[in-house]
Design a protein around this ligand. Structure first.
Ligand code: APR
Ligand code: PHB
Length: 388
């Protein structure tokens, strides 16, 4: 088979890239290891920056988010029993949109179907060949039969555990990594959210986050030890602990119900540099992971896709500038989000080695945010998304 661009991974990065390129007449094939149902069963974050919503609209997949997305002009920060609001609209003139990543991925699959895009599921044993030459290829196995895709470019959109980053020879890529000493226990439940806006709560027992997917579906998280198993938490234990960690007025509003999903996610900061090797590009989680505080993961993936789709469209017009600049531009934005997610995590979580001095510093930083317009503006600017 021949395609101009071979995309490895059918998550949001790979699907959005194929959609944008297809609209410009560039043909792609997407190779996804899992079934479509499996990809659509993953529950991830649900907060879209305005730039992300703009990209989805530009790709012709903005209807779902337009109809069902909830626009939030601010969020609450809580410390013990006190909370205050950070007003994004006032400080930076825009908000964020609450809409699940699962829904974004479903909208992208529907759009790919509508345009007749090629997505191969159950593509196993994907191997990248000759990415450092002008004629790269990708081989894979499906239903026991080997296949080969000859292409001009390869986009590694295959997530943190994918094959793309590992296909680059040792010594080319430098990896930066820190694994945080705690995880997030997340649950989804068809109950109305405790508040109109998100609540990020710093509490001596650990961080808690109240978020949502809609006015009738809530998503809640509790900071837990990294080794914690989700099955150790009964529904009652979760609700009781959440109630303790959030301000009383929110706890009083809490409606409990059965869980639709329950899982523990680790917290990691990771960046691979550079994000290109010859004709292979790394995109999204394949190149970087942020801790979920602030929900930058999907938004960063979308900004990578912005830079890469623009670069490839330019390249087919004979201009290689975007290709040459892809890694540098994408990484500048990635590091901005890594820094913000790190700061926001450090501000709101309880660390195992948190001594009295560290405790006072954290409390003072939260007080500074509460009292300083400049501090809240800086937070708002990064929370709603740095430009791309
Ligand atoms: N061959 C083919 N497909 C693969 C392979 C492989 N060897 N390895 C992984 N994949 C597929 C996975 O099954 C998955 O569907 O690649 C896809 C990668 O999707 P995501 O992990 O969702 O990554 P990405 O598309 O970059 O999405 C960005 O940012 O932080 C996040 O939660 C956020 O997942 C979201 C993301
Ligand atoms: C989510 O809705 O899952 C979410 C929202 C905001 C975050 C993290 C996760 O900061």
């Amino acid at each position: 088979m021949r395609a101009q661009v071979c995309i490895i991974g059918g998550g949001p990065s790979g699907l959005l890239l194929s959609q944008l390129l297809h609209r410009e007449g560039i043909d792609t094939v997407v190779l996804e290891r899992r079934s479509r149902d499996h990809v659509l069963s993953r529950i991830r974050a649900g907060l879209l920056e305005a730039g992300t919503v703009g990209m989805l609209r530009g790709a012709g997949v903005g209807a779902g988010v337009g109809e069902n997305g909830l626009v939030h002009g601010g969020c609450q920060l809580a410390f013990r029993n006190r909370g205050f609001r950070v007003d994004f609209e006032r400080h930076v003139g825009k908000g964020v949109t609450i809409y699940g990543q699962t829904e974004v991925t479903r909208d992208l699959y529907d759009a790919r179907d509508a345009m007749g895009g090629t997505v191969v599921h159950h593509a196993e044993d994907v191997v990248i060949g000759d990415a450092d030459t002008d004629s790269p290829h990708v081989t894979y196995v499906k239903d026991g039969t080997g296949h080969r895709v000859d292409c001009d470019w390869i986009a590694g959109c295959d997530g943190f555990h994918g094959v793309s980053r590992r296909s680059i020879p040792p010594g080319v890529v430098k990896e930066f990594e820190r694994v945080h000493p705690f995880g997030w226990l997340g649950i989804l439940s068809d109950v109305p959210p405790v508040a109109e806006e998100l609540i990020y709560a710093n509490h001596p027992r650990g961080f808690a986050l109240c978020t949502m997917r809609s006015r009738t579906r809530s998503r809640y998280y509790l900071q837990v030890p990294a080794s914690e198993k989700a099955e150790n938490w009964t529904e009652d234990a979760f609700w009781d602990e959440l109630r303790r960690r959030i301000p009383d007025d929110a706890a009083d509003n809490m409606v409990t119900g059965p869980f639709i999903e329950k899982s523990v996610a680790p917290l990691r900061s990771f960046v691979a540099e550079p994000m290109r090797w010859g004709r292979l590009f790394l995109v999204g989680d394949a190149a970087h992971i942020v801790p979920p505080t602030g929900a930058k993961g999907l938004n960063l993936a979308v900004s990578d896709v912005h830079y890469l789709s623009t670069a490839l469209i330019q390249a087919y017009g004979g201009d290689m500038t975007g290709v040459e600049n892809y890694s540098g531009k994408a990484l500048a934005r990635v590091w901005g989000a890594i820094r913000f997610s790190w700061w926001f995590t450090a501000l709101t979580h309880r660390f195992p080695d948190q001594d009295d001095l560290a405790q006072r510093l954290q409390e003072t930083e939260i007080a500074y945010l509460e009292t300083s317009d400049a501090a809240r503006k800086s937070m708002a600017e990064q929370y709603v998304g740095l430009p791309f």
